[in-house]
Structure formats: structure tokens, C-alpha cells
Design a protein around this ligand. Structure first.
Ligand code: ADP
Ligand code: MG
Length: 375
């Protein structure tokens, strides 16, 4: 219960490791009215960083109103509007004049309002007659927020999801409305790097060159090691140095997995934590994941499954078409390897990290990777 290792986006700055430079960059952007595109691999800490920023803003810039919306589950423009309205309703203080005005605006859309039985948060259902009406509503929402004489920072998480909507003109529409706002600064966040790049860095697309890019990498080794060691110390636990090194190496410093492993180690209760305690927690996590890993197996062809094992056993692969790699794992031809890689990346099971020099492939889920490598 008092576990200091967070495994959900954000709690307090004391439990949040580093990200100082990125935070300062975001602060400069939002106070300078520059929109930001924030990109990283999944589960590295984008959402956490946004909430960290919002926490910082509420302390240092209480005049700025922050709005967070996650559109991961949205499928269409309807959903986007609904989520934006709900996000705005959550953001403004109860009984504030802005919230009162917002409610009047929303009620004019004649929605059905219900309340989530678990969180108690309001949920909207709006019905429209025509496409034109939807676009009008969306524009109205942006205009409403922009005209409140309050600086607003609005983060749209998993922004690449707009590419899944049946509406073909989403980007042009959003770009137009966003461009017209004067009091709102945006943060567009996403994990699908190639889609985000195509939205914001493709000269033929509406959002081209409209934002500053910020990419989130792994937390530096020494900082993360000091942070973990410290959090254990504060709870009167000792983490041996070699145990800390093992944690960071085994989880590849991928934030989500590092936090999960530390969380489990903490729950297990050892007070002087050595390598054995860490390895025990690793085994527990692989055991817990097994049901899901076996599901993946059902979803994949035998060739894809074997390809996953090959990448896992290598840890990471840069030469996916090299003769040695193909022979070692009986993969077949270079074109087969390329086909497998593409489809497994598409499914989100493999991750491709591209630099100027090369592309490095890894199994996206670090625990799954360790589980596969033992097969
Ligand atoms: N700087 C940090 N320090 C500690 N834990 C973090 C940090 N950033 C993220 N986390 C944790 O890592 C996990 C993944 O972070 P999240 O922000 O959800 O990633 P993303 O949005 O990139 O997918 C969460 O459980 C979160 O609590
Ligand atoms: Mg996220």
C-alpha cells in the first residue's frame, strides 16, 4: 500500500524520476506558446511527464488551466468531440464560472449525460444530424475554450489515433481550428513514431512544421540507479549495488518494466535486497505474464512466433536479413524476414528504434522478451 514505486502514470514529484530537461523544455514551450509533439516508444513515460508538467504548472503558473485528454479508445470524430468535452468538464473547478458556462454550452448540444459508476465522472452521449453539425460542434468547443480569457494547455495523448477515424479530413479540420486559437497551447503525444512523424513532419500534411519536437528516451543509468536506491532507503530498505545494476539491466531501463520490478521487489518485503531477491521477483513477473504470452502465441503464425523467439534470444537485432541470423534461426529468405518484421512491428509486438545509422529491433514487452528467450 505504501509502495513508493508507481506503476500508474503519475502521483507526486518525489516518486517521479528525473525528466528535468524534458520538463524544462515543455515549460519553455507552453509559456512561450509553442505547441509540442512528444514522441517515444510505449511505456517510457510520456503520460507521466505530461502529468508531471501539469503538477508543476499548478504550482508555478496557477493562472494556466490544464486539460488532458487521452484519445486511445476513440474511433471517430464523434468520440473525439465527446472526449474533448468530458476532458474540459473534468478540468475546470466545480462551481467555477467557466464550468458553468461550459455546461450551458454542452447542454445546448442536447447530450445524454450519465455518470461512470466507478469513477463518478460525467459521460456524454451526443447525437448529430449531419457531418456539418459535428464539425460545427468541434469548432464551437475550441472557440469556447479559447474565449475564456484563460491561458490553457491542452494535451492530447495517443494523438496518432485520429488516423484510424473514418473521417478523412480530421487533420485539416483540427489544424484549422487549432491554428485559430490564441489562448490554448497544445501538446500532441504519441507512441507510433512513424505515424506521428507523418502527421507532423510530412510537408504534404496539414500539421507540417507546426510544432516543436520532443522525444523521450530512457532515463540515464546513474540517475535511475540513484533514484531507485534512494526510494528503498527512504523506506528503511537497503538495495545492494549489484542488485540495482541487475534491475536496470534486466528491465533495459524501460521505465514501465523497471517500475514494475521494483514494485514487486518492494512488495516481497526483503530489507537487505540482494541479487537473489531480484531474481525471485523477475521469476514471479514472468510467471504472472504467462497467460498473456500464451495468448500471443494463439494470435501468431508459427513463423511469426519463431521470429519473436529469435529476436528475444538475440536481445536486439540490427541485421534482420543477415545470412547468419537467418541461418541460426532457420528463418528463410531475407524477404521473409522483412515480412515478419513488418507485421510484428505493425502488431506492436516488436519495436523498431531507428537512428541515422541503423534500425534496432527488440521485443516490445521486456518481460515477454525474457520469457521467450528461455524457450
Ligand atoms: N519518470 C518516471 N519515474 C518513475 N516512474 C515513471 C516515470 N515515468 C513513467 N513512469 C511509470 O512508467 C510507466 C509508464 O509510463 P507512462 O507515462 O504511462 O508511459 P507512456 O505514456 O510513454 O506509455 C507508468 O507506470 C509510470 O508510472
Ligand atoms: Mg501514455
Amino acid at each position: 500500500m505504501d509502495n513508493p514505486f508507481i506503476i500508474k502514470s503519475y502521483e507526486t514529484m518525489e516518486l517521479f524520476c528525473d525528466r528535468e530537461e524534458e520538463l524544462q523544455q515543455l515549460l519553455r514551450n507552453v509559456t512561450g506558446h509553442i505547441d509540442t509533439t512528444l514522441i517515444s516508444q510505449r511505456r517510457i513515460g510520456k503520460t507521466g511527464l505530461i502529468l508531471r508538467l501539469f503538477d508543476e504548472l499548478s504550482a508555478t503558473h496557477p493562472d494556466i488551466q490544464t486539460i488532458y485528454m487521452d484519445i486511445f479508445a476513440s474511433q471517430s470524430l464523434d468520440d473525439f468531440i465527446k472526449m474533448m468535452a468530458e476532458a474540459a468538464m473534468r478540468a475546470f473547478r466545480p462551481k467555477s464560472s467557466i464550468l458553468d458556462k461550459l455546461m450551458i454550452f454542452i447542454k445546448a448540444l442536447r447530450p445524454q449525460i450519465s455518470f461512470d459508476p466507478i469513477t463518478g465522472e460525467p459521460q456524454l452521449q451526443i447525437s448529430y444530424q449531419t457531418t456539418h453539425e459535428k464539425e460545427y460542434t468541434l469548432r464551437g468547443l475550441f472557440e469556447f475554450l479559447d474565449s475564456q480569457n484563460t491561458p490553457i494547455v491542452m494535451a492530447i495523448d495517443e494523438f496518432q489515433q485520429i488516423r484510424e477515424y473514418p473521417e478523412q479530413n480530421m487533420e485539416a479540420l483540427l489544424r484549422t481550428y487549432i491554428q485559430q486559437t490564441k489562448n490554448i497551447t497544445f501538446i500532441f503525444c504519441g507512441s507510433k513514431k512513424h505515424i506521428m512523424a507523418d502527421i507532423f513532419a510530412n510537408a504534404r500534411k496539414p500539421f507540417y512544421s507546426s510544432t516543436a519536437f520532443l522525444t523521450l528516451d530512457k532515463i540515464p543509468l546513474e540517475k535511475y540507479k540513484a533514484f531507485i536506491t534512494n526510494l528503498f532507503n527512504k523506506k528503511n530498505r537497503n538495495l545492494q549495488s549489484e542488485a540495482a545494476d541487475f534491475i536496470l539491466e534486466w528491465t533495459r531501463r524501460h521505465t514501465f518494466y523497471t517500475q514494475q520490478l521494483c514494485h514487486t521487489i518492494y512488495d516481497n518485503g526483503a530489507t537487505d535486497i540482494g541479487l537473489d531477491d531480484v531474481k525471485k521477483a523477475c521469476a514471479q513477473l514472468l510467471q504472472q505474464g504467462e497467460a498473456v504470452y500464451l495468448q500471443y502465441r494463439q494470435m501468431l503464425t508459427e513463423k511469426q512466433w519463431n521470429f519473436m523467439i529469435a529476436v528475444a534470444k538475440e536481445g536486439s537485432v540490427t541485421q534482420i536479413t543477415s545470412a547468419e541470423f537467418l541461418r541460426k534461426y532457420k528463418i528463410g529468405t531475407p524477404s521473409t524476414a522483412r515480412k515478419q518484421t513488418d507485421s510484428l512491428c505493425e502488431k506492436g509486438l516488436l519495436n523498431a528504434e531507428t537512428t541515422l545509422q541503423r534500425t534496432e529491433y527488440t521485443v516490445n514487452d521486456v518481460f515477454f522478451s525474457h520469457w521467450l528467450e528461455r524457450l
